[in-house]
Write a protein that binds this ligand. Structure first.
Ligand code: ADP
Length: 270
């Protein structure tokens, strides 16, 4: 049984038969501990901006401020509000992903417009500070949910923007794998990630550098959303990274889920 503990309940079940109920307590305890950690993390993430906001409200109420100071306080309050909005948005996305059936395998969405949309959003976030490029979307389609896939690619691109210093480049690529599957890649020339963090990146609220993540508007939930979306489409997410050089996140999708949109017409005899 390894490290598991079984709780066994034996109940009479008519005609001298016995019903044996058993459950893996270790698994249940692990799930319960995860739930507790999650609630503690969410509470902490919400409490911090709320404390800052209430401090500012007191300042506004009690101190005579110049117009410039008042504007600054309002700007800082708006940043904290946006932070809470982003957190609640990501929590709702995760809840939806966990609570809804997998996306239908027979609804096809075109990749090119989806990738372009994600790139446009990232360009807004970058505001001209990076070079963003896109390559290879051609005529591919993916079976599944365009909303979910857009959210996954947007999260990867936004991270690339947020963790790449000004002047860096970000490349969004689509390519076919030898086995008929496909890969969406987001490569950046940013700060990179040390090897010891790589395995934990998709855990909820896991951050390599908490203050940097928060300062750039991160919720700590982006990559867990990407992982969920990948799994719901039968795919997976992996990353290669080198501190100081950059990172490459790859979202792979299996052959069953991707296809060429245009069926090449067979040439008919004259
Ligand atoms: P966050 O909202 O903090 O960015 P994510 O779940 O999206 O949360 O990412 C988890 C952590 O992984 C981030 O806090 C950051 O430390 C690291 N990370 C993610 N993407 C990149 C990237 N492109 N370059 C460097 N670090 C990254």
């Amino acid at each position: 049984l390894g490290r598991s503990t079984l709780s066994v309940l034996v109940r009479p079940y008519g005609d001298g038969m016995k019903l044996v109920l058993s459950q893996d307590i270790t698994e249940r305890e692990r799930a319960e501990a995860m739930r507790r950690d999650f609630v503690a993390n969410v509470s902490h993430e919400i409490r911090t901006p709320l404390t800052v906001l209430s401090g500012f409200i007191e300042t506004l109420a009690q101190l005579p401020l110049t117009e410039v100071e008042r504007q600054r306080v309002m700007q800082l309050m708006s940043q904290q509000t946006e932070r809470m909005q982003a957190l609640v948005g990501d929590l709702l996305t995760l809840a939806r992903l966990e609570g809804s059936p997998r996306p239908a395998p027979d609804r096809w969405c075109a990749m090119e417009p989806l990738l372009r949309q994600a790139l446009r959003d990232a360009e807004l976030l970058s505001a001209g500070r990076h070079t963003l490029t896109m390559d290879g979307a051609d005529d591919a389609e993916v079976a599944g949910s365009d909303t979910e896939l857009l959210s996954a690619v947007t999260n990867l691109l936004n991270n690339a923007v947020r963790y790449t210093p000004e002047g860096g480049s970000i490349a969004l690529r689509w390519s076919w794998r030898g086995d008929g599957g496909a890969v969406i890649e987001v490569q950046d020339t940013g700060i990179g990630i040390a090897r010891e963090h790589l395995a934990r990146l998709t855990e909820r609220f896991y951050r390599v550098d908490g203050s940097r993540s928060r300062d750039t508007g991160g919720t700590g939930l982006g990559l867990s959303i990407v992982k969920h979306v990948a799994q719901r489409h039968g795919g997976e997410i992996d990353v290669q990274s080198e501190p100081g050089k950059g990172s490459c996140f790859r979202l792979s999708l299996p052959a069953l889920r991707v296809r060429h949109k245009k069926v090449v017409a067979e040439s008919l005899p004259a």
